[in-house]
Design a protein around this ligand. Structure first.
Ligand SMILES: Nc1nc2c(ncn2[C@@H]2O[C@H](COP(=O)(O)OP(=O)(O)OP(=O)(O)O)[C@@H](O)[C@H]2O)c(=O)[nH]1
Ligand SMILES: [Mg+2]
Length: 211
């Protein structure tokens, strides 16, 4: 899939779901600083689209980006930012949950983890949450440029064991060198082509076979 149009549309100001515009949504979840906003920029090829920072706690609202006039990429605030004031953390959690719980056009969550580290307890809780509510998700192990191939080979099993996923379900990615970008775009394309509701029976009487 080629992304040729990407546009910031809105930040959700409340703590509820996004009513949607009839287009599918793919959301980025993960702890602060893991690279959610960078992933959006990498996928869209637009490095100025989502604001990123070396400091955790950059994205503080649920930000919606309309892509190719066909779907939304949703940037969520991060969790697990230890130094954030308690009230802020609660606010972010409420925003994340408010969006995830009721957004009926949400198709899939990209659950980001840092490929260099074992997933945290918060990551595990997040994955449990997604499973509990039946929200399809894909684990994206990002910042892959920071590890050698051999090191990656050692860290994927740790991620799999901690989150209870299979190795082929983990997408290795880097926003820095574009590793895994094409596979993620293919995955999104597949998701967009998938029908969400059972096909309507065709109107009229079926044609009789020629005898
Ligand atoms: N080397 C490397 N750095 C990355 C990668 N992805 C993100 N970064 C860096 O990690 C830092 C955090 O990236 P963000 O995209 O702002 O992270 P975030 O998950 O959106 O963070 P919050 O908005 O605070 O939740 C920035 O300094 C990025 O340049 C990557 O794949 N490789
Ligand atoms: Mg961000």
């Amino acid at each position: 899939m080629t992304i040729n149009k990407s546009k910031f549309v809105a930040s959700l100001s409340g703590f509820g779901p996004f009513p949607g515009q009839g287009m599918p949504e793919i959301a980025m979840a993960g702890k602060s600083n893991v690279g959610k906003s960078s992933l959006i920029n990498n996928l869209t090829g637009n490095s100025h689209l989502a604001r990123t920072s070396a400091e955790p706690g950059k994205t503080r609202l649920v930000n919606l980006y309309r892509i190719n006039e066909a779907f939304f990429l949703v940037d969520l605030p991060g969790y697990g930012f230890a130094r954030a004031p308690k009230q802020e953390k609660q606010k972010w959690a409420a925003m994340i949950e408010g969006y995830l719980r009721g957004s009926e056009h949400l198709r899939r969550v990209f659950q980001l983890v840092d490929i260099r580290h074992a997933p945290t307890e918060d990551d595990q809780l997040m994955v449990e949450y997604l499973r509990h509510y039946g929200i399809p998700f894909t684990v994206v192990a990002t910042k892959a440029d920071k590890l050698s191939k051999a090191q990656r080979g050692r860290s994927i099993p740790v991620i799999c064991r901690t989150l209870g996923v299979q190795p082929w379900e983990v997408m290795v990615h880097s926003s820095k060198d574009g590793t895994g970008r094409d596979r993620l775009l293919e995955l999104i394309e597949g998701e967009l082509n998938e029908k969400t509701e059972p096909a309507e029976p065709e109107a009229g009487t079926p044609e009789q076979p020629d005898i």
